[in-house]
Each structure stands twice: as structure tokens, then as C-alpha cells.
Design a protein around this ligand. Structure first.
Ligand code: SF4
Ligand code: SF4
Length: 311
């Protein structure tokens, strides 16, 4: 039986299949302009279809978050998967990270009240006007979305211009410039620069700190799992230990309440599951696409993150 079982909390699956290609060419990214071969396309399509079929057969409430290596919405198969998943009665949310390069018009076929878009703006790859036009289309479609940027110093003015031109109700985040391993680059920002970017993203400082997670209770692994194309399940994208296989193992065997084994958790995708941070209180149903609840206590969240941060 596929159900999570009595007492198992509502499940979120973070899916990252074999896809590793992108239509953009950001200088710091390994997936930039990688052209997908026919064999890679076939493998990714098969893996995605298997995953979507599993979710379709799952009878309990569930959310899905696509966190691809590269750009997935550039591929028709991912657009179709989002539409299909959004229409399943048990799916609460289907969210995806995207560079929003393509028109979002295809979302008109989806249950837009269940879709979440984590849109990253890449200055240098796309004109601001074009990106804003795609955002306006998301607004018209009634899709919950956040907009963000990597906080490179060279992009500060562009980040502020984007904030000025986006509707005030659209939440914006700025990710701290990070190493290849995901940790924020120590000392990259002066205090004045943190304050400047905090004016754009009230939670910017959280990403500049390393969150101490060792031994802390984390719902990644209990309420959320990271799933590879072949069904390999890990508690999150950051702990390599395999906990089983989505397609081979009973789900309750995969979902275990364990403390975090890593010294720090350096990514929003991870630390939002830390119980001490209580990100659910801030983000509510917008947790996956990083959209805070209206009136959420962002200061309280920032304080909790400061208490957990190293140094
Ligand atoms: S849009 Fe994202 S995946 Fe594509 S090249 Fe830029 S950073 Fe990499
Ligand atoms: S705190 Fe981060 S690294 Fe640790 S288990 Fe949770 S998500 Fe994974």
C-alpha cells in the first residue's frame, strides 16, 4: 500500500532528475548552455514520467517541489508534469525553481492556485523588462511566486531596480554569494552592504550566515524527502546518506525523525525544515516557492536564524 501510514505527516517530495541542461549561460554555473543529448532527454523523460505516475498513485495529501540541476521549464515535459500534478486532487502544491525565461502562458492549463514558482532573475542573461513581463503574466494568472537574485556586488543596482519595478506585493529574496559547496562566502559583504540588500530582502542576512544544524531536529527526512531520477531517496539535498528508494521501499521506512548530521545547513532549501527555525510559521502554504504569508513575523524569523547562526 502506498499511503504514508497513520501518524506520518503530510509529505513533500523534492525531485531532482537527471536533467542537467540550461538555456542560460551564467558564468558560475556548471549547467550553463549544456546541450541535452537525445539519450539524456530520453532518460530524463522516463524518470520524470515514473515520478509523476508515483505521485498520481499516492492517495494522501502531498506537495512536490522540482529543484532541477539546470532549467526544467525550458522542456515541454516539465511544463506538462506541473500541469498534470496540479490537477491531481491529492496534490496541495507543485512548485518549481526556474529562470522564467519562457512565457508562463502554459500555466493557464494548470490549477494555478496550487502552483508555486521560485523565479530567479539573472541579470546579463535576460533584459529586466522581459523578466518583469513574465512576472506580470504570473500575476495575471494568479500564481504564487517569488523573485530572487544572487547577490553579486556587480548586480546590486540591478537588484534594487528590479525591486522598484516589481509590484510591492511580490516577495523578493537575495541569495548570498556562495561557494561551489553552497556555503556563503565569508566576509563578502560589508555591514553596509547587508543593510542595503536587507532593504530589498528583509531576510537577506539569514543567507549570509551559516546555520548550525548539527544535532538539531529537522523535518527533512520526516516530512520531506529528496528524490533522484531513479527513486533514490535522501532526507535532503545536502546529506548524502541514502535512506531508501521511493519505488522499492515502503514509504514509512523512508520517513524517520533523526537529528541533522551536518555541522551547518547552508541553503534555504534545507534549513526551512529545521524545527527551531519554524519557517512554516513565516511561509505557510508558500514555503516551497519562498513566499511569506501576508503579515508574517519576519523579524522573529531573523532573530531565530541569528540565534542558530555560527559566529
Ligand atoms: S539559469 Fe540557473 S541553471 Fe541556468 S545557467 Fe544560470 S544558474 Fe545555471
Ligand atoms: S538541517 Fe539541512 S542538512 Fe541538516 S537534515 Fe535538515 S535540510 Fe538536511
Amino acid at each position: 500500500m502506498l499511503t504514508a501510514g497513520a501518524g506520518v505527516p503530510e509529505l513533500t517530495l523534492l525531485y531532482r532528475g537527471p536533467l542537467s541542461s540550461c538555456n542560460y549561460s551564467c558564468g558560475y554555473c556548471p549547467f550553463a548552455k549544456h546541450a541535452e543529448s537525445p539519450a539524456e532527454a530520453a532518460a530524463d523523460t522516463a524518470a520524470l514520467e515514473r515520478f509523476v505516475a508515483w505521485v498520481q498513485a499516492y492517495p494522501d495529501p502531498i506537495s512536490v517541489f522540482f529543484t532541477p540541476w539546470g532549467e526544467a521549464l525550458h522542456r515541454a515535459r516539465y511544463r506538462a508534469a506541473v500541469i498534470r500534478l496540479s490537477r491531481l486532487p491529492q496534490v496541495r502544491r507543485v512548485a518549481i525553481q526556474t529562470n522564467l525565461a519562457g512565457s508562463p502562458d502554459w500555466l493557464a492549463e494548470a490549477r494555478t492556485d496550487r502552483v508555486g514558482i521560485w523565479a530567479t532573475y539573472h541579470p546579463g542573461e535576460v533584459k529586466r523588462e522581459r523578466f518583469l513581463a513574465a512576472c506580470a503574466r504570473l500575476d495575471a494568472l494568479g500564481v504564487s511566486y517569488s523573485v530572487g537574485v544572487v547577490g553579486l556586488r556587480a548586480h546590486f543596482a540591478e537588484i534594487e531596480a528590479l525591486r522598484t519595478e516589481l509590484p510591492a506585493a511580490v516577495p523578493m529574496w537575495v541569495n548570498a554569494f556562495a561557494t561551489g559547496g553552497g556555503a556563503p562566502v565569508a566576509g563578502y559583504y560589508s555591514a553596509a552592504e547587508v543593510a542595503r540588500l536587507q532593504a530589498v530582502d528583509p531576510l537577506f542576512e539569514v543567507g549570509t550566515r551559516r546555520i548550525r544544524s548539527a544535532g538539531l531536529a529537522c523535518d527533512a527526512g520526516l516530512r520531506a524527502l529528496a528524490i533522484d531520477g531513479d527513486g533514490t531517496a535522501r532526507r535532503c539535498h545536502f546529506v548524502p546518506r541514502v535512506v531508501g528508494n521511493l519505488y522499492a521501499d515502503p514509504l514509512p521506512d523512508l520517513l524517520v525523525d533523526r537529528p541533522c548530521p551536518k555541522p551547518t545547513c547552508d541553503c534555504h532549501l534545507g534549513y526551512v525544515w529545521l524545527r527551531d527555525l519554524d519557517a512554516g510559521e513565516v511561509y505557510g502554504s508558500g514555503l516551497l516557492e519562498r513566499v511569506p504569508r501576508p503579515g508574517a513575523d519576519l523579524t522573529g524569523y531573523l532573530d531565530r536564524a541569528r540565534q542558530l547562526a555560527l559566529g
